[in-house]
Design a protein. Sequence first.
Length: 355
Amino acid sequence: MGEEKLTEEEKKMSMDERLDKINNEIYLLYKMCLDNGYKPKEIEQFAQPILSSVTEARRRRYMKRMLFGAVVLALIACFIYYEPVYRGIQFYFRVGLMNLLPYWNWSKLYNRECLVDNPFYEGDKLTEEDCKLCANLTDIPRLQNVSEADMADKYITPEVPVIITDAMENWPARDLFSLEWLIEQYENVPQLKKGRYCDYYSNYKLKLGSVKIFLKAIATGKLKKFYARWENCDKATAKVFREYYNNRPYFLPPMVEQADSNMFVISSNYTQGKYKPIYTDSSLIWYAQIKGAAEIRIKAYSPCNATCPELKTTLHPGEILVVSQMLWMLDVMVNDPGESIAIAAGGKYDTVPAT
């Protein structure tokens, strides 16, 4: 028997349409066999070569879909867990949200913890028991020559803010850092020239995220009085500056995993006198005042803000503030007529109950 050729209409059919046609013809053949006295098991044996081809085609189609889904999920997982890519997605998503704001005020949804409230969900909220940790604090202690063990047991674990006064004695940053030096680094160091920066804020409304434009405006003399902060969120970018603070302050115990990123807070002739929040996505933050001075204000989160006092102090050059971000909010006011430069970084650690 010669092979039957496909008609033009059949050639234009999709795979699903062809399979449906085959299924219909098999059904008609099955009905005809029943009418001629064949038993269902006999018919199934006769049709096995055709049925196996249809089953195999469907199996291959199913496997292709499963493989495509697995590849998509793997790519999404890579984007989420590979921090530079994840930071990039965050940055461009924020830019998109800012551009969308004039047309749709999404801020109300953004400030809600859940789209649908769950009355039974408690979350990781502070309790009255947590508030006992800070209820009796009256000031922020200043220490020097502190051991890693004391730092862990007496300050980090019980979430007591502290200022270390001798941590920068061997830091190259103490002698090198200036606004002129920073501008030169961002203009000439390859990693900084092509780097990406997050959470940029300035008192000058320049292009969103424009750290380089801001620094260029300083270099050309267009800006005389200014304040700015930004995060070096690329690992390679942050690494450029890490060597200037010896990778990590000497007092940080091994239990603290330091973040890959770091943050700059700079100003010049800025005496506006307003507190501004400083935050990193970490358990704690260390804030190092390299040049100039800054006013520090620490407030406990609710409900501990009703029990724990608000703490204020002045951070002088060479001093590092260490504060838990799980209990405390950090606000910094730069009110210096000269240059002020600070660098900060976050750190994560497993929390254990304080004794």
